[in-house]
Structures are given as structure tokens and as C-alpha cells.
Design a protein around this ligand. Sequence first.
Ligand code: NAD
Ligand code: DAU
Length: 338
Amino acid sequence: MKKLLVTGGAGFIGGNFVYYMLENYPDIQLVCLDALTYAGNLETLKGAFKNPNFKFVKGDITDRKLVFELFEEEDFDCIVNFAAESHVDRSIEAPEVFLKTNILGTQVLLDACNKFGTERFHQVSTDEVYGDLPLDRPDLMFTEETPIHTSSPYSASKASADLLALAYNRTFGTPVTISRCSNNYGPYQFPEKLIPLMIANATHGKPLPVYGEGLNVRDWLYVEDHCRAIALIIEKGKIGEVYNIGGHNEKANIEVVKTIISVLGKDESLITYVKDRPGHDRRYAIDPAKIHAELGWLPQTKFDDGIERTIKWYMDNTSWWENIFNGKYKSYTAEMFE
Ligand code: NAD
Ligand code: DAU
């Protein structure tokens, strides 16, 4: 693997993946293509810009002309597609852009791979494509054979992209792999998602909005473990295969919120129960047996360590998230492109 295209690298997981690859694969040439939507933040990539092996291109994965020109210029060996609309709540408010980016954008990238003979297309997907599990059946987990059964416009769009990628593999022989990961946490996560939002609000003594009764369960994985799994898949994963990624780390939302309160030394009276998310998935739980058996992947970061490290990162980098709340992160982007 010599030249890698990372789409959505100005976002949370894509940004962490850019750093992971530059650090662990010093000979790699890495191009990041990102439209810099509200979720894209060039401040996240500040450190990467100093690396001569890194190049940033501002552009939309649905822009076929731009994508094809980029493929022609760069002759990529491998594509890792993180670019997506990723927030379930926003998909309930305004689904259309989810369908456009997550499905049609993926199709443009797959077409470009076919035209330019790219050796590997990796689709970064989610455990949400499997729907949810009951709270009272801890024995049940998602395997790669669990039927697709989506709940939100977001998860339906991600599932559509997965099906399209697998169909391209079968029909055109496109060299596709797919990974379906559980909830990530760590540095650079946009503060509209549960963990960074709670850290930011608790820091300012603001209410912590917990949906419903806070009993919904998510299976949390430290973002670097996800990045390492993707790196392994693009190196050694079998074409046409789906790999689940998760670390057996289920927690009810209220437990996560209380942990953050405790680490920050705040008071539980900040917790405010609010109206539930429509169609709210009850529980996710990934069975990662396949990636462990085939590629030897195991998570390395325990939740207690990862959450402390994450909270410390947000405390040490308050300007990163304050600039999102006050909108300054967008002027930074504008300056870079003037
Ligand atoms: P994010 O919202 O933080 O980042 C998404 C990035 O994609 C942003 O930089 C944004 O500017 C870019 N983008 C959006 N639309 C684009 C377009 N049309 N063209 C080019 N770039 C565009 O998302 P994230 O949490 O980092 O998630 C990354 C991927 O991982 C997504 O595909 C998501 O479905 C998947 N995933 C996320 C999680 C999680 O817990 N966050 C878990 C499993 C899978
Ligand atoms: O499972 C993987 C998915 O995890 C990814 O595919 C998505 O891109 C990612 O956003 C995430 O989806 P969730 O909906 O699980 O993440 P979110 O952080 O939005 O919410 C986590 C849980 O916390 C969920 O049960 C809803 C709840 N929640 C969320 C917010 C933002 C609250 O109780 N209060 C909140 O303010």
C-alpha cells in the first residue's frame, strides 16, 4: 500500500485514522478528501499538515467530476471511506443529505475504483445496520450474519451503502471490504455526540440531557482500537468480507454520564432526563470473533483508561471544542482556503 485516499478525514474517526496511519506507516502517501461540512474541522488535522506525506483536498464525495479527476491524478492503491453524515438525531430532522452523501457518495467512489482499477475499497460502516437488541437478552450479540434491520434514516443509509458495496463486489468484482464498528469515543469527537457533549456541558455546569430513562445500551470502543482494526483489514482482510469491530464493553447511557460526572468531580444534579429519541435503538452489542480469529485483532484500551484519557484530552484542548460552540472553527477553515 503506497498511496491511500481517506475520505472524511477532517471528522472524528477519520482524523484519528489519518494520525494513526501517518505514525505507523511512515512510507505511506495519504490524501484526505473532505467536504468540511459542519462536522469537518481542519483544526483536527493541524498536526497532519506538518507531515510531507499528507495532502488535503476540499471536496464532496458526491462530486463525480472532482472525484474522478482526483483518482486520475493520484492513482490510489486503496480508499478508506469515512465520509458520511453520521448523527442519528440530525437524520431524523433532515434525512435527505444522509441519503445523498452516504449512499450516492459511496457509489461515486465505487465507480471511481472500477474505472481506475483501485486495489482496495474499504467501507467504514456501523453496528447500527443490524438494528437493535433487547435489553433483557444479554446472550444476544450482532454477528456478521445478523440480518440488516435498520431503525433510523442514518442507519438505513449506511446499510444501503453496505449493500451497494457488496453488490459492486459481486457484479463488477470491485475489491471491497466492509467493517461494522460499535460506538467510538476519544479525541476530536464532535460535541453533539453523547460523550463530548456531556464533558463540555458538565465542565460549564450546564444540564446533561439524557434521553428517556438513560437505560439504552451502547458498546463503547476507544477510537484508536477502531483505527488499528481498519489498518489490519486493508492490509490483510479478505476481499468481499464484512468484519464486525467491538470490544465487549456494553454500558447503559446513564452509567457513562455518571462516570463523566465523577471523573470531572461534578454533581449528579446536572443530569436532566429529556424526551426520548424517536425509534431509539435499545441496545447494541458486537461479536468481534471473526476479526479476532482471522486477523488477530483485539482491543487494547480498557474503558476506564480510555474514558479518563478522553476526558483529559478534552480538558487539555478546551479551545478545540469551544471553537466549535462559538463557530470559530469555521473561520479557521475559511482562512485556509482564501
Ligand atoms: P463525523 O461526523 O465526525 O465526520 C464525518 C466527516 O465526513 C466530516 O469531516 C465531514 O466533513 C465529512 N463529510 C460529510 N459529508 C461529506 C461529503 N459529502 N463529502 C466529503 N466529506 C464529507 O463522523 P465519524 O463519527 O468520524 O464517523 C466516520 C464514519 O464512521 C462514518 O461513516 C460513520 O458512519 C462511521 N462510524 C462511526 C461510529 C461512531 O461511533 N462515531 C461508529 C461506527 C461507524
Ligand atoms: O453505534 C455506532 C454509531 O454510534 C455510529 O454509527 C454513529 O455515527 C454514532 O453517532 C453513534 O450513534 P449513537 O446514536 O449511538 O450516538 P450518540 O452519541 O448520538 O448517542 C449515544 C447514546 O446516548 C444514544 O443512546 C442516545 C443517547 N444520547 C445522546 C445524546 C447526544 C443522550 O441520552 N443524550 C444526548 O444528548
